[in-house]
Design a protein around this ligand. Structure first.
Ligand code: NAI
Ligand code: AKG
Length: 429
């Protein structure tokens, strides 16, 4: 999400609530992965839920003088490997089940990329699109006060996610430093550069998605340059994926946001769409002729990139998807049933826990730079992240082949193993 706050939108427009199934589906894959690796049921028992979840109630004085009470969560999945890490989402459809699932996905990502973290995730049930800047600041600071006991640079390190941005990270950093009475940039990542943010973090998730896409295309024997791409979601991740592809000369034929979608077989002018986009990733409001998000997903293309919310590719539309490669930039965009349909149809999935992990990887670089007080160039950051993405993608594709399993199960097998091993060494299981 960009930093300036633009147009206000109708709350929750065109947004399906995430299904409660995201947690149980994730638990099924975790169990399957541990079973394939030969770990005991006790290991699963400890990994199927976060070790710690805090629910908080945050009173916020609104601009008109009344006080509104918001509900927020922080879920910490597992801290056997190290402190936990993961973003904070501001969204009206946040649920406890969703935050728990998101924290497990964070662990799997960190495991795949060998980052010294477990997974965590935070969320506040709110709609920042209907709140003023001052109200958003009070909510962000209130959340940090409410969770301050369980977060910190060596405990749990937050970051941005849907509808949060560098400004919100900056307020949270400032609030945490005030509470602790010392400057603590390593408390949070995704900060503005001048406050210790890392070069490249703003585009890191998107760049990682594009590198993962190149690896996926190569596995299919295809050259990305020849492929047509649809990107669902035009926020931090989706718009930057579209821009990077456009700059590489790859045709982006479709994009969307919470209000609708645009599709042009001859390719879209991405830089001009970026100029029209508001701070919440809305651009389709500028056009009189749009299609729906569901219509977009089944339009002709070679690569489909869901980059919005969970449960977008479902049993209802999986049979109509025309892409041969699905690269999951969003967390959890494909339901369990759709996963099976896509696999049966021979469509290659680059799973979320691999494809979008460029973000947390560069967040890790930011945390390392904060602790060293020494900052890297954008080239160094991108080069290191790119190398880690290529190596991780190759490991997942090889694991899928070796065990004859889906790319998602292979990713979970690779990602969960460090947690099972660390827990064994610590004597927990
Ligand atoms: N920002 C990051 O570094 C990372 C984000 N992700 C995931 O990527 C996804 C997108 O996150 P961001 O781009 O950061 O969020 P954002 O807040 O910057 O943008 C969200 C975009 O999705 C659109 N959107 C919302 N509901 C929609 C719907 N029902 N259909 C279509 N579009 C819809 C919004 O209009 C906006 O364009 C999320 O699943 C997030 O968890 C994953 C890893 C890191
Ligand atoms: O940058 C981070 O630490 C976490 C990003 C995130 O929330 C995610 O990968 O889903």
């Amino acid at each position: 999400m960009a930093m300036n706050v633009g147009k206000r939108l109708a709350a929750g427009a065109n947004m399906p609530a995430p299904s409660e199934d995201v947690l149980t589906n994730t638990q099924d894959v975790v169990q399957n992965a541990l079973h394939k690796l030969g770990y005991s049921e006790t290991v699963y028992e400890l990994l199927k839920e976060p070790i710690r979840v805090l629910t908080v109630r945050i009173p916020v004085r609104m601009d008109d003088g009344h006080t509104e009470v918001f509900t927020g969560y922080r879920a910490q999945h597992n801290d056997a490997v190290g402190p936990t890490k993961g973003g904070i989402r501001f969204h009206p459809n946040v649920t406890l089940e969703e935050v728990k699932a998101l924290s497990i996905w964070m662990s799997i990502k960190c495991g795949i990329f060998n980052l010294p973290y477990g997974g965590a995730k935070g969320g506040i049930i709110c709609d920042p699109r209907t709140m003023s800047i001052a109200e958003q600041e009070r909510l962000a600071r209130g959340y940090v006060r409410a969770v301050s006991q369980i977060v910190g640079p060596t405990k749990d390190i937050p970051a941005p996610d849907v509808y949060t941005n560098p400004q919100i990270m900056a307020w949270m950093y400032d609030e945490y430093s005030r509470i602790r009475e010392y400057d603590s940039p390593g408390f949070i990542t995704g900060k503005p550069l001048v406050l210790g943010g890392s070069q490249g973090r703003d585009k890191a998730t998107a760049l990682g998605v594009v590198v993962a896409m190149q690896e996926g295309a190569a596995t299919l024997g295809k050259n990305l340059q020849d492929l047509k791409v649809i990107v669902q979601g035009f926020g931090n991740v989706g718009s930057n994926v579209a821009l990077i592809l456009h700059e590489m000369g790859v045709k982006v034929v479709g994009i969307s946001d919470a209000g609708g979608a645009l599709y042009r077989e001859e390719g879209l002018d991405i830089p001009s769409l970026l100029e029209k986009r508001d701070s919440f990733g809305m651009v389709t409001t500028n056009f009189s002729h749009t299609i729906t998000n569901q219509e977009l997903l089944v339009q002709p293309c070679d690569v489909l990139v869901p980059a919005a919310l969970e449960n977008q590719i479902t049993a209802e539309n999986a049979n109509q998807i025309q892409a041969s490669l699905v690269v999951e930039a969003a967390n959890g965009p494909t339901t369990h049933a759709a996963d099976e349909i896509l696999s049966e149809r021979g469509i290659l999935i680059v799973p979320d826990v691999l494809a979008n992990a460029g973000g947390v990887t560069v967040s890790y670089f930011e945390w390392v730079q904060n602790s060293q007080g020494y900052y890297w160039t954008e080239e160094e950051v991108n080069h290191r992240m790119r190398e880690m993405m290529v190596a991780s993608a190759q490991t997942i594709f090889k694991t899928a082949k070796r065990y004859q399993v889906s790319t998602r199960l292979a990713a979970y097998m690779v990602g969960i193993k460090p947690f099972a091993e660390a827990m064994r060494w610590r004597g927990w299981v």
